[in-house]
Write a protein that binds this ligand. Structure first.
Ligand code: SF4
Length: 180
């Protein structure tokens, strides 16, 4: 797992989901991915599969229709994962707040790691948020690896002890054979 961490940090894959946005923030995400802001220089790839994603990029207010899908997509993204809420709608409902079909902010349903302010959020801020997301992703990877490292250390000690036991047994057997 440890060897995997640099690759994840250098090339986080993103799942972009429109929860009910006016498309303003989505266009800015496309601009950030385009040649001018070139988000791909950080290794960011926009993927359509939650099971291959590291960063969940959500735009728009959470509507009654999209809330279950958001939770489902979030659950399908493997750990460690980072959630980036793009635009004021995703954070609070924004200009759609109080409408009959709109919930409040996304953090009522899933935990958010980075908020991108603005209506629409600018491509520069989206690039900044994803760079920050990479750092958070690496920190979360380290947290997940801690118990694995401990388990690995215990396993190594166990192997060393069993080898020592075997060597002692062989030595004793050799001595008994010499006496006989
Ligand atoms: S924050 Fe503004 S631009 Fe972005 S989805 Fe909401 S209304 Fe549209």
């Amino acid at each position: 797992m440890r060897w995997f961490r640099p690759f994840r940090k250098k090339s986080p894959w993103v799942l972009h989901y429109n929860a009910g946005s006016c498309n303003g923030c989505d266009i800015e995400i496309l601009a950030a991915l385009g040649p001018k802001f070139d988000l791909e220089r950080f290794g960011v790839i926009n993927t359509g599969n939650p099971k291959q994603s590291d960063i969940f990029l959500v735009t728009g207010p959470v509507t009654y229709r999209s809330r279950e899908r958001i939770v489902e997509l979030y659950a399908q993204i493997p750990e460690p994962k980072v959630v980036v809420a793009v635009g004021s709608c995703t954070a609070t409902g924004g200009v759609f707040r109080g409408m009959y079909n709109v919930e409040d902010g996304i953090d009522r349903y899933i935990p958010v790691d980075v908020y991108v302010p603005g209506c629409a959020a600018s491509p520069q801020l989206i690039v900044d948020a994803l760079v920050k997301g990479r750092e958070i992703l690496e920190a979360k990877s380290r947290e997940i690896e801690k118990p694995l490292r401990l388990f690995g250390a215990i396993e190594t000690i166990g192997h060393k002890l069993s080898r020592l036991k075997m060597a002692t047994r062989l030595h004793e057997k050799g001595e008994n054979d010499e006496q006989a």
